[in-house]
Unconditional design. Structure first.
Length: 361
């Protein structure tokens, strides 16, 4: 088992690569697996606009990596997220050579992402179902994705987006005079979700001396405009205007006393992982989240976090956490235990390692 060789063809999403593929590869290596991660070509840095998207679909990786994988085959190939025609053809050739293929799905890629002549299409996922059917095994990061995958392949397992519980650790937290309510994520992708926080936060801010912090607004001026009214009642910190490495990112969250994770109830968000709330839990921060996606499975309401269905519930749960420091500590400690037992890099990495081992038996 210790001599197992695995090649991972990573998909084109930055978050997937940094928050899922690289950490899981690192975990596999800790179990003695010789792991090679093959990143996608960064077409967006070579050409701009739609052309970069077209090129990323037609040629996702360096062709030399395909050739090398076929001429010096590993024991297992993991295809991360990418389900284009080229990846389907690669999968077919690999299987003809007796090489096991595991497909990893981390988003609801079965939903249309654009339209052609008024018909919904999936430019990046034309061959999704074919790849799922042909894979020796499929891993997913949430219940909604697992339910879909099982329509085509019963050999599937849920492996959460892993949380580095050493990096995201309560011992690094900082405390200030004001209770800090924090949000983290890509504002451009979550603008409508952030909107749902406006009224509850404004109501809370008129009753309590709080601070609202966004870890990184990434230079999105719409976000500053969105929370401009809140600045009349509370201190608002928009964070950084750029991406930072994950260790620096962790530091941006250390002053959070409460973390919020709003998600609209849509098919796309139902396919979202527990990564956001998991990071908060690992830091021992009480989380208030929408009961959408994997959040509703990981959070046990009133035990390791709170699930808010509407503006009144957002206000209510934020209010009781602000007023009750003991409750914040209790929920935070319970969340930390959940992160360690269910979401940690050690737990998720071991589950993937064991899955790969069974594939080779």
């Amino acid at each position: 088992m210790s001599s197992m060789k695995v090649n991972i063809f990573a998909g084109g999403l930055y978050t997937t690569f940094t928050a899922r593929i690289l950490p899981l590869a690192k975990a596999l290596e800790s179990f003695g697996v010789k792991c090679k991660v093959i990143p996608p070509i960064k077409w967006h840095s070579i050409v701009k606009g739609k052309l970069s998207n077209i090129l990323s679909i037609t040629l996702t990786h360096d062709p030399n990596e395909y050739v090398e994988t076929l001429t010096v085959p590993p024991d297992i190939v993991i295809i991360g997220r990418s389900s284009t025609l080229q990846m389907y053809l690669l999968q077919k050739v690999l299987k003809s050579k007796g090489i096991k293929v595991l497909f990893d799905l981390d988003d609801a890629l079965f939903l249309p992402t654009s339209k052609l002549f008024g018909v919904g299409i999936r430019p990046n996922s034309f061959c999704l179902e074919e790849i799922i059917r042909s894979a020796d095994f499929v891993t997913v990061n949430g219940h909604a994705l697992s339910k879909y995958v099982k329509l085509f392949n019963s050999n599937t397992a849920l492996i959460h987006d892993p949380i580095d519980t050493d990096l995201f650790n309560p011992q690094f937290k900082k405390h200030y005079d004001k209770v800090t309510i924090g949000w983290q994520g890509n504002p451009k992708a979550h603008y409508e979700n952030l909107k749902s926080l406006i009224k509850p936060l404004e109501k809370i801010a008129q009753e309590y001396n709080i601070k609202f912090k966004i870890a990184s607004y990434l230079g999105d001026l719409r976000v500053r405009e969105l929370f401009k009214q809140l600045e009349k009642f509370a201190e608002v910190d928009y964070g950084l205007s750029h991406w930072v490495p994950i260790n620096k990112f962790a530091e941006l969250l250390y002053e959070f006393d409460i973390m919020v994770a709003p998600l609209m109830k849509t098919p796309w968000y139902e396919g979202k992982s527990a990564l956001k709330v998991g990071i908060g839990m690992a830091l021992g921060i009480p989380v208030v989240a929408s009961p959408v996606g994997e959040q509703k499975y990981v959070i046990k309401h009133g035990i390791n976090g709170f699930l808010a269905n509407n503006e009144n519930e957002w206000y209510h749960y934020l209010k009781i956490l602000i007023e009750n420091e003991k409750l914040r500590k209790f929920i935070g400690k319970s969340g930390r235990k959940t992160a360690e037992k269910e979401l940690s890099l050690r737990v998720c990495g071991k589950k993937l390692f064991e899955t790969l081992g069974k594939l080779l038996q």
